[in-house]
Each structure stands twice: as C-alpha cells, then as structure tokens.
Design a protein around this ligand. Sequence first.
Ligand code: FAD
Length: 461
Amino acid sequence: MATQVATLSDSLRGPVLTPADPGYASVRAEFNAMHDGEPALVASCSGTADVADAVNFARDQGLPVAVRGGGHSVAGLSSIDGGMLIDLASMSGVQVDAERRLAHVQGGALWGDVDRETQAFGLVVPGGVVSDTGVAGLTLGGGYGWVRRKYGLSCDHVVEAQVVTADGRVLTASADSNPDLYWAIRGGGGNFGIVTSFTFDLQPLGPIVGFAAVMYPLEEVADVLRGWRSYVEQAPNEVTSVVVTITFPANPEMPEAVHDRPVAIVGGVYVGDAEEGLAEMQPLRELGTVLFDMSGPTPYAGVQTGFDPLFPRNQLRSYWKSQYLDELSDGAIDTIAAGAQERPAPMILVNTFHMGGAINDVDPEATAFAERSAPYMVSIDGMWSDSADDADNIAWVRATWGDVSKFGTGGVYLNFTGLADEAPTAGVDSAFGRNLRRLEEVKAAYDPDNFFRVNNNIKPA
Ligand SMILES: Cc1cc2nc3c(=O)[nH]c(=O)nc-3n(C[C@H](O)[C@H](O)[C@H](O)COP(=O)(O)OP(=O)(O)OC[C@H]3O[C@@H](n4cnc5c(N)ncnc54)[C@H](O)[C@@H]3O)c2cc1C
C-alpha cells in the first residue's frame, strides 16, 4: 500500500495524508461530531485533475470513498472510517462574471466564499443561511436560504457543472451536455460523481437588505406561530420567513432578557428596497412580547454570517429530521409549539419554514428535486455536546418528528436528514417520490457499481 500511496502522492498537486502525517489533523473538520470518521487516506485535491486521479486510484485499489465539500453534512456523509476521503477544501475559488451574471464556483467553496465575491456586485447565488456550509452538498441536495421564495432553490440556479464520474472521466453537465446528469445533480445529491465546479446564474440583491429578527418568549410560541401564519399567507414572494425556537447562552452582546432564555425567533429577509422591506415585514415584529428586536437594514453578508457562531464545527452531535406540510393547521401549530417547549437541550431547534413562491414555480419533474408544492416545512434540528445524551436526544427528535409528521405530506428534505443507525438510503423514497425511478436509471448510467455510496444513497437501477 505504501508504494501505491507514494504513486498517488506523486501524481496529485495537493497533499495525500495518512493519520501519521502532521497535516492530517488540519483537514477541514466535519460539522457533526457524532460522525467523526478516521479515513486511512485523505486526498486533498487542488483541482479537477487531482480529483480524477484520486477517483481512479480509489477505484483501482477497491477503497471506499467519502467526498467532502464543505463538511456540513447533517448525516455525517462526508466522513469515513478507513477508506479514502476526497477533500475539496482547497478548491474554494469563486469567480464572478458580472456582465453575464454568472458565478463560477469550485466544488469545495463555502457559502461565505460565494457571498463575499457576489455581494461585491450586488448579486447573489441563493444559498443557505450559515456561511460556513458547503456550496456543493447544499446545492446538490436542493438548497434553501433567505431568498428562496423570490429566487427558488440553490440547485435551480445551476446552469452548468463539471463532474468527475466513477470511471474517472470529466464531464460537463448542462442543458446541452449530458442533460440526464444535469437533471440528476439538481437535487439528487452526490450520487453521480464529484462536482468540481458549478456555474450559477446570479440574481440582484443588496448589498443591504431589509432584515426582520425578533425574539419572543417561547411560552408565546403558539400565538406567535398563529400570527406568523396570518402574515405569511398573504406575504409577497419578496419575503422569506422562518420561526426558530432555541435557547441562547448568556452572551454579553445580547440583552440579559434573552440569556439562557428559551425563545421563538421570527426572522425575515426582503428582496428589494430595504426600507420598503422593513415596512412590509412590520407585522412580524408585533407578534407577541418583544424580548429583543434586531431588525433593520442589514448587509446581506452580515445576515449570512450572523448565526455562524452557533454552529461550530466538530463540537455538536447532530441528528435532524424534517417534514413538509401542506397547511399549518391549528393542530399542527399546537404540536409544533408543544415540541418546541419540551426541547431537551438548548441547541435542539424546532423550526417552521415558509416555502412556496419561486420554489413552486418549477415543475417537480424538471429537476431531481421533487418537492415543489408544500408551503411549509418543519425541521427538528437536534444538536447537543455530550455523547451520553445521544440515545435520549435521538429518541426525542424521532418522537417529536413523528408527532409533527401526522400533519405532514410524508415528504422529507434529505439535506436535513440525520443518520444514527439508519441506512444511508433512509428518506430517499419519501424525498424523491416519482423522480426516484429516473434517478436510479441515471445512477446506473453514470455509477453502475455504486462507487459513490457515502451519501443519501440512490441504488443503480
Ligand atoms: C449548521 C448547518 C446549517 C445548514 N443550513 C442549511 C440551509 O440554510 N439550507 C439548506 O438547504 N441546508 C442547510 N444545511 C444542510 C446542508 O445543506 C447539508 O448539510 C449539505 O449536505 C452540506 O453541504 P457540504 O458540502 O457542507 O457537506 P459535505 O459534508 O461536504 O457533503 C454532504 C454530502 O454531499 C456530498 N458532496 C459534497 N461535496 C460534493 C461534491 N463537490 N461533489 C459531489 N458530492 C459532494 C458528500 O459526499 C456528502 O454526501 C445546514 C447544515 C448545517 C450543519
């Protein structure tokens, strides 16, 4: 093995690391501390050619492979014990072509990298809400952020991707080249190959946006949700909003009223003039007893980084579950509110997302991402620090998800699907529905041996 590793090292421009190498410890860590893998080999790729060589090497050696873009997989699907980690952290370049309104983004970039470059031009690729999350995993699995109702999913803005397939070929996926692959990577995850770069179309935004963010006492969450529902039911697509329940630690930058205090945060971002947006979203600031109101004209890049400190890498053990809802009935609200008030740990979040708008303008069969009709999603994001709490907290997330699911469509968001003892295929049926069969066929065409299987796995037809 040592000789083969030396050969791989010679061919790659980036380092090849084993646990004995000093650089091994500084490989970009995964988010989920519950899935702290120890790969036998890390290929830290510097570009597409490195990725192709690493894939060929792993395939020829029969090594199982995990691929890490940003490392934020909730399910721990960029970690592996033994085998090879193909790490794209060094491939984080972003280039904006403002005239053509395109951004070229390498496969290991984080959303912070993209926001930094695109916001310099008052443009945006719709991304996630934490700047430390990877572009690749989020986009390949769909991608919901603060502008989703106006601009849709992240995957809806991919116009082209460069993909290294299991046989080591480098393919272009676009409407004109390998259209079946292009269809599949917009929602079907990392099943079909390693995306080494994306080309996204860009939309106008900011750099200052209207941002509403108000903390209410958690005891009022049911009423807050009812008021929020009345507002969002008639809100324009320019407004994207969410209700998050959380308990903040004592932080001197925050008023004492919210120190260690369970709260319901109502957040909203408006695409358009910031002051107009704040006027439009004023009702979100009047839903109950205001403990802390952070609303105001805010740099979009600041909104995107504002919640980062809550999500340090490799510290929180994570198990999340989600469910789409066709309506937010009173019964659903009471169930969500009961769950939110019984959260067993400060960083177990119960979130209610408003969806719809541009997400639903896309035909469910136009891309692999099948959920194009539900106006709401509830996610239960279990996060805690002590491994001794794993069993209880996972059981709590499952039970609460079961209660909420009674009001749901049965559909889940795979990017929010934690894995404890479930197989990596968990949730795949309910996420893809009628698109699953076609995905299995595309998988068979591009990865017949299921070489890329450390993911929300789609089996080859
Ligand atoms: C704190 C936090 C906040 C989040 N916020 C949001 C949010 O606002 N909106 C949202 O939609 N989701 C959000 N997510 C979920 C997120 O979309 C997924 O966790 C996503 O998988 C992360 O992508 P990544 O590249 O960082 O992950 P990784 O852990 O690197 O990868 C995740 C999966 O994608 C595959 N993959 C990664 N890179 C590539 C590549 N270049 N080519 C092929 N396959 C690849 C991996 O093999 C793995 O299966 C959040 C997650 C966390 C932990």
